[in-house]
Design a protein around this ligand. Structure first.
Ligand code: ADP
Ligand code: MG
Length: 207
């Protein structure tokens, strides 16, 4: 599903403060399952995830995503692939606060070209039902707790039915009860999709 071969990335390349942040990374990830990348703060987890998710560029090496070699594509083509096939979940949820739960998800569906109202409603209701948030459909994102916001962020990522979900410290701002619940949801998703999760918390890798 996803292969990284001898990937190198630098920040501040060829300057005095150069950081060789990804140093010869080779890995091969399956098409489903939960992969947890564990490392201390500053070790390059976010950088690696952004590279995997196509949000950031590399200097050397190759990335093969579902049979596509990323460097071979012009960035607009890769943007299309990424929009359709990669779902993102962040530590700080990244919802649009003034929009409702429903609007946050429909906005993402519009971005991948889904405008059919029945199709949008069907997807949103299905996913909110599964994630236990159907009763919050009309609530503004800013009026939800952290755990609820992260559920919506996961619903938003899932609604477009991507091939892979990348999650950067998704429970980093949550208490232990919500952490457990979000990890249960992530584990359930990983039965049929690839979920790549990065964290600095060792206990998450043991869920
Ligand atoms: P992690 O997510 O594991 O905490 P990051 O990938 O965010 O690690 O950062 C890895 C290293 O790269 C850190 O030393 C960080 O300071 C540095 N870094 C991250 N982003 C940038 C950037 N845009 N410019 C320069 N240095 C960066
Ligand atoms: Mg990080």
């Amino acid at each position: 599903m996803l292969k990284l071969r001898n990937v190198h990335k630098y920040y501040n390349r060829k300057r005095q403060n150069e950081i060789h942040v990804l140093n010869d990374i080779t890995l091969s990830l399956p098409s489903s399952g939960l992969v947890v990348l564990l490392g201390p703060s500053g070790s390059g987890k976010t950088t690696l995830l952004n590279v995997i998710g196509g949000l950031d560029k590399i200097h050397h090496g190759s990335i093969l995503f579902d049979g596509h070699e990323l460097s071979k594509y012009r960035s607009n083509i890769w943007d299309q692939i990424r929009n359709r096939d990669v779902g993102y979940v962040f530590q700080n949820y990244n919802l649009l606060p003034h929009l409702t739960v429903y609007e946050n998800i429909s906005f993402t569906l519009n971005m991948i070209g889904i405008y059919d109202q029945d199709e949008i409603d069907r997807r949103i209701d299905y996913i909110l039902e599964r994630i236990g948030m159907i009763h919050y459909r009309k609530r503004r994102a800013s009026q939800l707790s952290g755990g609820q916001q992260q559920r919506v962020a996961i619903a938003r990522a899932l609604a477009k039915n991507p091939k892979i979900i990348i999650a950067d410290e998704p429970t980093g701002n949550l208490d232990s009860k919500n952490t457990q619940e979000i990890m249960e949801i992530i584990k359930a998703i990983s039965k049929f999709k690839l979920v790549v999760l990065v964290t600095h918390e060792e206990k998450l890798a043991k869920y």
